[in-house]
Design a protein around this ligand. Structure first.
Ligand code: SAM
Ligand code: SF4
Ligand code: SF4
Length: 366
């Protein structure tokens, strides 16, 4: 297993004076950025082996995934989520690995759907999935309280898609999952396409044609240098500007203003009213300035950046009967208050963390 550097929070556990929890107010990091968006990885396992995320050569039958006892339980996840929500989190995204592989995930969704912000509002509760199990699960997910889903799909051509998922999974089954999600009312649906130069750039226009006029927002993601195993090379990144040029070669496109602060995607619309697309330019155009995202790994470590090489151990606090919610809130406030991450801005500078130490994407989610 790839080494994950752990920051023990328990050494500090007596330092936090209990404070009133709800409403604890909005946390700000060292650069003045609020904490709004929490991504929770519910499993480090996946039934795909996307070459940019879990290359087969590394994640083979000898790879040691986390044992069940290491995973946060649904009760632990919900307790943690409640503490985060009291401190300003408004949106929770379940991810992984493949989140629909976690058994009884609907039960967790039902528990999270019951949470309310300090203003009494429900959360924006969503999930990112490879879509392989969505046709079977969409209805139950909706009934449990999930509002919407993001589905990853890297092409419409089976040969290209199967090369990318590397387990021979057919496009048709993902499309059936997307249809089931639409039918269940899990919208607005987003579809994420990672674009790798030389692999699936030929799928940009077919994907755009397919999802135009469908109400589904297709988002093109630059291939990122996350983790240490995908053998990332800059020359395999197709910049969003090139994706936009491709789109403009066939469609008239017009820019849209951001939907919300901290929004990762630059929005564009088809001028004829055929809907919108998103460009996520994590490599060529850093968006650290208003990054309001925290991530909790499958085993309960808090990461304040996708490119971090260190996680803060919340699970030990969660499992310590002497530590109550106020202590947890204090630990989170301390970590977020000290946050100054801006990896994408620093990518090419000497301050950027070395690639071999970065956390893997399947472990903290996207
Ligand atoms: N298994 C689920 C899925 O694929 O949707 C959820 C987890 S996956 C790690 C979350 C997102 O990260 C997916 O949309 C995936 O395409 C994206 N992703 C993974 N590795 C990436 C990379 N190297 N560059 C850009 N996006 C990546
Ligand atoms: Fe699995 Fe998602 Fe990673 Fe692909 S991107 S290997 S589907 S976790
Ligand atoms: Fe946020 Fe880190 Fe990505 Fe910058 S590099 S946008 S700080 S997750």
């Amino acid at each position: 297993m790839t080494e994950k550097v752990l920051i023990p929070l328990t050494d500090l556990r007596r330092r936090w004076a209990p404070q009133p929890l709800a409403p604890a107010g909005q946390l700000l990091d060292a650069l003045g950025r609020p904490l709004r968006d929490l991504r929770i990885s519910v499993t480090d396992r996946c039934n795909f082996r996307c070459s940019y995320c879990m290359p087969k050569e590394v994640f083979d039958k000898h790879y040691e995934f986390l044992p069940h006892a290491a995973l946060l339980s649904f009760e632990e996840i919900t307790r943690l989520a409640r503490v985060f929500v009291a401190q300003g989190v408004q949106k929770i995204r379940l991810t992984g690995g493949e989140p629909l592989l976690r058994r009884h995930i609907e039960t967790l969704i039902g528990m999270l759907a019951g949470l309310r912000t300090p203003e009494g509002l429900p959360l924006d509760l969503t999930l990112t999935t490879n879509g392989s199990l969505l046709a079977r699960k969409a209805k139950a997910l909706k009934e449990a309280g999930l509002q919407r889903v993001t589905v990853s799909l890297d092409g419409l051509d089976d040969a290209v898609f199967q090369q990318m998922n590397d387990v021979g999974f057919p496009v048709a089954e993902v499309l059936a999952g997307i249809e089931a999600a639409q039918a269940a009312g899990l919208g607005p649906i987003k579809v994420n396409m990672v674009v790798k130069r030389g692999t699936n750039e030929g799928q940009v226009l077919p994907m755009a044609r397919h999802f135009r006029n469908s109400g589904i927002v297709l988002r093109f993601i630059e291939y990122m240098d996350v983790g240490a195993t995908n053998g990332w090379r800059m020359d395999e990144v197709l910049p969003s500007s090139a994706v936009l040029d491709l789109l403009k070669s066939e469609f008239e496109m017009k820019p849209l203003s951001p939907a919300a602060p901290g929004e990762t995607a630059e929005r564009w619309a088809y001028a004829d009213g055929g809907g919108e697309i998103g460009l996520i330019s994590s490599v060529t155009q850093a968006f650290c300035g208003d990054c309001n995202r925290a991530r909790v790994s499958t085993e309960g470590r808090l990461y304040t950046c996708l490119f971090a090489h260190r996680g803060h151990d919340l699970r030990t606090l969660l499992r310590d009967p002497t530590q109550d919610d106020e202590h947890l809130a204090g630990a989170i406030a301390e970590v977020w208050g000290g946050r100054s991450d801006r990896y994408s801005q620093l990518r090419s500078s000497a301050d950027a963390p070395a690639q071999e130490r970065r956390v893997e994407m399947h472990y903290i989610g996207g």
